[in-house]
Design a binder for this molecule. Structure first.
Ligand code: DLL
Length: 438
């Protein structure tokens, strides 16, 4: 292992001391610069100068996406506008984007965090990167770009879409690493297959995949289809973008959280109470060193757990489990809480299906219904009805509720064109109990 920075292998006790020192510098700065925080903390009766241990952080209220929306666009910024060097945003499903900002120092941190994750994934200086994340307000394109340049890679800034051109560029420029969403990686696998290019002829060695949930079955398919070792990269615009955590190629078992800059807690989704290592809950992050938009106890909505045990790669940074779902994607189907990702995980167990899927919510005669649309794999000899009942049975047994399954022809579902794929289609009109937004 060649870590990018020594903080990646610090003793955990030493790391906690560094986190506390940074937290104690952060809180008064945020209090003095951001009226929203100042007001909230006063209301909660917490004097942040008195925070003496990491556990004391739990006395402060959470910050949520709604707070960014309510103070849109710059209300939570902690620096004067002229110090903001760049703006990014996340599209969101309704209305205006969430706006985030970076000072020059923040951009430096962003690049360093992404460079770290690229090294974890197998990338090295001098390697060539095909960057198929979208460029623009989305943090993926420019984020990976900056990190790769920081590492000393050659970057091909392709952005998403135009699949034929992507394939041609990979064939001609012979990159070593690709950064792309997992669903678009599958689209590229198919495009190579259709061109008759065998995986061992493709120059790529590593794939750095993120921005949306994916499964082990997808990893196997991408590894085999592109001839790579695929790893996960996680992040969200509010915290910095990609680079909050990344998987090491040695273990490929959880994503190392960059805890020297992002202090993570796992809390109970209902009560907000802190949970311990290994327990699954909502990831809450405090940005320890960010300048323009520092966030304290930010409720990411992502469900995961943390593993602090040593990793084969030698890094001591805790590892985040695969995102099990988002609190705001949770559906309540006949009283059972369901995350779309739970269905995704089962697809790999049904021979003859691709990993593409969509949940369609419809109003039924007596209650609302969920239909799972999936695709038959090209050339499978299994009967459609057989695959449908197999998946329906797995859903009933493992998730505990009934859904109907429709197996569509290969390629019938919308494909990723580089961006995130929409997995839930709500055809019910007015909201009902079935899909209460958590
Ligand atoms: O998706 C940042 C990013 C870009 C990450 C490129 C990785 C690669 P947002 O658009 O703000 O930022 O979306 C953040 O996407 O809260 C998760 O729900 C989801 N997400 C991001 N990475 C992963 C991942 C970028 N590796 C939201 N696995 C997050 C599962 C992910 N979900």
């Amino acid at each position: 292992m060649e870590p990018f920075e020594t903080t990646e292998t610090m003793e955990r006790e030493e790391l906690r001391e560094l986190q506390l020192e940074r937290l104690r510098a952060l809180l008064p700065r945020v209090r003095d610069a951001v009226p929203t925080y100042r007001g909230r903390w006063e209301e909660a009766g917490v004097d942040v100068d008195a925070i003496a241990a990491l556990d004391d952080l739990a006395r402060l209220p959470f910050t949520r996406k709604a707070d960014l929306r309510d103070t849109y666009p710059f209300g939570l910024f902690a620096v004067p506008p002229e110090q903001v060097a760049r703006i990014h945003g996340s599209s969101g499903t309704t209305g205006k984007p969430t706006i985030v900002g970076y000072t020059g120092e923040d951009l430096d941190l962003f690049a360093t965090m992404v460079a770290r994750c690229l090294v974890m994934a197998g990338a090295r200086p001098g390697m060539k990167l095909h960057n198929a994340y979208g460029y623009g307000l989305f943090t993926g394109g420019l984020g990976l770009h900056g990190g790769a340049e920081r590492l000393g890679m050659t970057v091909v800034p392709v952005s998403g879409g135009m699949t034929e051109r992507q394939v041609t560029l990979i064939e001609d420029l012979r990159p070593d690493v690709i950064c792309v969403t997992p669903t678009y990686a599958l689209t590229l696998c198919q495009a190579f297959r259709e061109r008759g290019v065998a995986p061992e002829e493709i120059s790529l060695r590593y794939a750095v995949l993120g921005a949306e949930p994916w499964t082990e079955a997808m990893r196997e398919e991408i590894d085999a289809g592109l001839g790579v070792r695929a790893t996960n990269i996680y992040g969200l615009s509010e915290i910095i973008g990609p680079g909050v955590s990344g998987e090491c190629v040695e273990a490929r078992h959880g994503s190392h959280l960059n805890e020297d800059h992002f202090l993570a807690e796992i809390v109970d989704p209902e009560t907000g109470a802190p949970l311990g290592p290994g327990e699954e809950g909502v990831l809450v992050i405090t940005t320890l060193t960010k300048q323009a938009l520092p966030l304290v106890r930010y409720w990411t909505g992502d469900i995961t757990s943390l593993d602090e045990t040593p990793c084969a790669c030698g890094r001591t940074l805790a590892r985040m489990a695969t995102i099990a779902g988002r609190t705001d994607d949770m559906l309540i189907v006949r009283g059972v809480n369901v995350y779309p990702t739970q269905v995704a995980t089962l697809l790999g167990e049904v021979a003859g299906l691709t990993s593409n899927y969509r949940l369609v919510l419809r109003r039924g005669a007596t209650m609302d219904e969920v239909e799972v649309e999936v695709e038959a794999r090209e050339g499978t000899d299994r009967h459609t009805q057989d695959m449908a009942s197999h998946l329906a049975r797995l859903i009933k047994e493992t998730i505990g509720c009934s859904m109907t399954v429709a197996v569509l022809d290969p390629g019938a579902l919308p494909r990723s064109d580089g961006g995130k794929v929409v997995r839930v289609l709500d055809q019910r009109g007015e909201p009902t109990a079935l899909a209460d937004q958590a």
